[in-house]
Design a protein around this ligand. Structure first.
Ligand code: NAP
Length: 304
């Protein structure tokens, strides 16, 4: 393994400085790691370079490291930077690790595991729970799976970006499946909370008071607090997590269900609700706007 012992700063390539990646990469710097950062749109690298990162002009340049972390939008983006003549697989040194934190399909995680093994490299899936504010505050929850020695070696990186790490075994795709299942549950909360808020809201009940009641009694979970607040305030811009990425995740949940022959009727319904949101112009709104569809259908304002 090319990863230094715990406690020693690592040399980390970081690919993908979007809403999540920018905060994660900054926290790796804060924790004392060396960061070589690449982003498709180079302008986003400048802010990180001011904080001490090395700007990588290409994916290959970011791979001159012990570990390369990717935090990209979707399967297409991860495929674009991983495969091909100048991608991560072609560029990462022997024995080095690709840690993938993007929310990607189970099938792609399996493909990445095989491709990196064939190239003499290691693949670890480490998707995260938490929105951009949690990423900026190093308060993510990391869900990791991969070869035990590689996962152990990455602990300083997990600690730099998150508040707690859950290790789910040696098969990387397990972490992706669990992450997707969690996002399915969040989307279910957004939809059902949106319907409940539409109901009481149309009858004139104060939404904030209603949420206070819910979250102080039987529904104290962070998902109800965070998304209830966004829904009650109608705060869908700027998107912390864009609706089109939410649709991506529910599609990936359904693909995993199909592969395992697990019917998920609620996930199918939520997929259609996301399609309605996107068809109504909500592609780039926060995915919590899903929950505003119910009020719209009840005669209220269009989300966004
Ligand atoms: P984002 O703000 O849209 O950033 C996406 C990143 O992917 C950007 O760096 C973008 O580069 C890059 N990218 C997109 N397509 C690409 C391509 N074809 N080739 C190369 N780079 C490409 O997304 P995000 O909110 O940070 O989410 C990143 C990942 O984390 C997603 O998988 C998401 O599901 C997951 N996630 C998000 C949240 C959240 O609350 N936002 C929470 C947990 C997990 P450009 O800057 O050039 O566009």
């Amino acid at each position: 393994m090319a990863i230094p012992a715990q406690g020693v700063g690592m040399r980390i390539g970081f690919i993908g400085l979007g809403n999540m990646g920018s905060g994660m990469a900054a926290n790796l710097l804060t924790a004392g790691h060396e960061v070589i950062a690449y982003n498709r749109s180079p302008a986003k690298v400048a802010a990180l370079a001011e904080r001490g990162a090395t700007a990588a002009p290409t994916v290959a340049a970011a791979c001159a490291a012990d570990v390369v972390i990717s935090m990209l939008a979707d399967d297409t983006a991860v495929e674009a930077v991983t495969f091909g003549d100048h991608g991560i697989v072609a560029s990462l040194p022997d024995g080095a690790t690709h840690m993938s934190s993007s929310t990607i399909s189970v099938a792609l995680a399996e493909r990445l595991t095989a491709a990196h093994a064939d190239a003499g490299q290691v693949f670890v899936s480490a998707p995260v729970f938490g929105r951009p504010a949690a990423a900026a505050a190093a308060e993510l929850f990391v869900v990791a799976a991969g070869p035990a020695s590689a996962v152990a070696g990455l602990q300083p990186a997990f600690d730099a970006v998150g508040q707690r790490t859950f290790v789910l075994g040696e098969d990387p795709h397990t972490a992706n499946l669990v992450k997707l299942s969690g996002n399915f549950l969040i989307a279910s909360v957004i939809e059902s909370l949106g319907e409940a808020l539409a109901l009481v809201g149309k009858a004139g009940v104060d939404k904030q008071q209603y949420l206070e009641l819910l979250t102080s009694t039987l529904f104290g979970a962070p998902a109800y607090r965070t998304y209830g607040g966004l829904l009650a305030r109608g705060e869908f811009e700027p998107a912390g997590f864009a609706a089109h990425l939410g649709l991506k995740d529910v599609r990936l949940v359904l693909a995993a269900g199909e592969q395992l022959e697990v019917p998920m009727p609620v996930a199918s319904l939520i997929r259609d609700r996301f399609l309605a949101l996107l068809a109504g112009g909500g592609r780039d709104l926060d995915w919590s706007a899903l929950g505003a569809l119910a009020a719209w259908e009840a005669g209220g304002p269009k989300p966004g």
